[in-house]
Design a protein around this ligand. Structure first.
Ligand SMILES: Nc1nc2c(ncn2[C@@H]2O[C@H](COP(=O)(O)OP(=O)(O)OP(=O)(O)O)[C@@H](O)[C@H]2O)c(=O)[nH]1
Ligand SMILES: [Mg+2]
Length: 233
């Protein structure tokens, strides 16, 4: 009985996610769902990322937390439009669901942005189960969390399209075996692009931002193509 209820929730979420995906495609917005355990550095990464992308790549942010507007306040300093979701208002969900993202997106001017980054609730489990209509899923694993996390929380690493290994500035002070962590990620998801970065020092930012911008450009080209084909006929 309980399993049926969970299945129904996921089925309803999938329908909403498909609607979100259609809306984002119509508006020409590329969407990135950024996930990780609490404190791995999602917000700091986004603060620094926005600093480099704006105003060249008009970007909006939706940020999910159970409580507080702390992350929205930090991210709004960049000048990007930011909407904070607090899941505490509806049961303290440990993830963002598609309908919640839809509501938040209605508070943004989607026509004015090319990229929408969604910082999910800090949690390495539940967000992996909920499609929110995004184009790309990324997981941040920080070097203070332990090399075994991809093996212990495999779904997250399986559903993501890229991984960021964050806080590499701390490596000299830790026993963390970086090569083993990378091998563990690859054991779950072979071929997954992995970027080694420090949100603090911005080391490693150039390759990952170039890769992200390429994904945004690809989507813009795909969106333009049907129109161009149509005009050519
Ligand atoms: N040394 C170091 N510290 C970092 C780095 N990135 C983030 N931090 C620190 O890690 C802590 C958590 O960073 P946040 O950006 O708040 O992490 P988060 O993933 O957004 O956390 P939640 O939103 O609560 O899930 C802060 O004290 C940051 O200053 C990094 O690259 N190096
Ligand atoms: Mg955060």
């Amino acid at each position: 009985m309980e399993i049926k209820v969970v299945r129904k929730v996921l089925a309803v979420n999938e329908q909403m996610a498909a609607q979100n995906r259609q809306l984002f495609a119509e508006k020409g917005v590329f969407t990135l769902n950024l996930m990780s355990s609490p404190g791995s550095g999602k917000t700091m990464l986004l603060e620094k990322t926005l600093g480099r992308l704006l105003p060249r790549v008009p970007t909006g942010v939706i940020v999910g937390d159970i409580c507080t507007t702390n992350d929205a306040v930090r991210l709004a300093r960049s000048g990007a439009p930011v909407v904070q979701i607090n899941t505490d208002a509806f049961g303290g969900d440990c993830h963002l669901a598609a309908h919640v993202v839809r509501e938040a997106a209605e508070d943004l001017d989607l026509a004015a942005i090319d990229l929408l980054i969604i910082e999910n609730v800090g949690n390495l489990v539940c967000p992996a189960e909920f499609d929110i209509g995004e184009d790309l899923r990324g997981v941040v694993l920080s070097v203070t969390e332990g090399e075994d996390k991809p093996l212990k929380y495999p779904l997250m690493f399986r559903v993501c399209n890229f991984a960021l290994l964050n806080k590499i500035d701390l490596l000299p002070h830790l026993q963390f075996d970086k090569e083993r962590a990378i091998a563990n990620i690859r054991a779950i998801n072979p071929g997954l692009p992995i970027f080694e970065i420090s949100a603090q020092t911005e080391e490693g930012f150039a390759p990952w931002l170039a890769w992200l911008e390429e994904r945004v450009r690809e989507k813009q080209q795909t969106n333009r193509q049907p129109e161009e084909t149509g005009n050519g006929r």
